[in-house]
Design a protein around this ligand. Structure first.
Ligand code: ADP
Length: 154
């Protein structure tokens, strides 16, 4: 059975940290589905279409990566794409505390789906979409935090 991982997130926008996680975990799986979660209660800076387009352009050279959006529970979307694994990145102990609860709740919901954590590379651990958005809002230069495919215009 091919090993399929779902990498869920908001990707608002995709950063070099996300790219690092996908590239480093690519050898572990036959397919990685990047799932852009649609959360109606969460206001995003970039439209769903824009975030998907950037992800597709960023991973255009990795044929095993697919990009989709989804609504609803992550474990339900895993079933839809036949993913046996959920992929998440860990930067800090705060990420770990948060991710641990979600992974364990997901396991209670669907015990055959395993969450796999990849530690961020040291140079990328301070990079977050939230801080990137803040820098953009204040007119700063975010080039070094984003893949070259992403040029944010507001
Ligand atoms: P969410 O809204 O679900 O947190 P994000 O798009 O912010 O979605 O993040 C998606 C995943 O990528 C999460 O597992 C997050 O921890 C991970 N991630 C984000 N930035 C980095 C980074 N710099 N290094 C490693 N993992 C990261």
């Amino acid at each position: 059975m091919p090993r399929i991982a779902l990498f869920p997130g908001s990707f608002d926008p995709v950063t070099v940290g996300h790219v690092d996680i996908v590239k480093r975990s690519a050898p572990l799986f036959e397919k990685i589905v990047i799932g852009v979660g649609i959360n109606s209660t969460k206001q995003t800076m970039f439209s769903l279409e824009q975030r998907i387009k950037w992800l597709q352009e960023t991973f255009a050279d990795l044929p095993k990566v697919e990009v989709h959006s989804y609504e609803g529970l992550t474990v339900d979307f895993c079933k839809k794409c036949n993913a046996q694994y959920i992929l998440r990145g860990l930067r800090t102990s705060t990420d770990f505390q948060f991710e641990k609860a979600i992974a364990q709740m997901n396991q209670l919901l669907q015990n055959e789906i395993e969450t796999v954590f990849i530690l961020s590379s040291p140079q990328y651990s301070p990079v977050s979409s939230t801080i990137v958005r803040d820098i953009i809002r204040h007119g700063g230069d975010v080039k070094q935090f984003l893949p070259s495919t992403v040029i944010p215009k507001l």
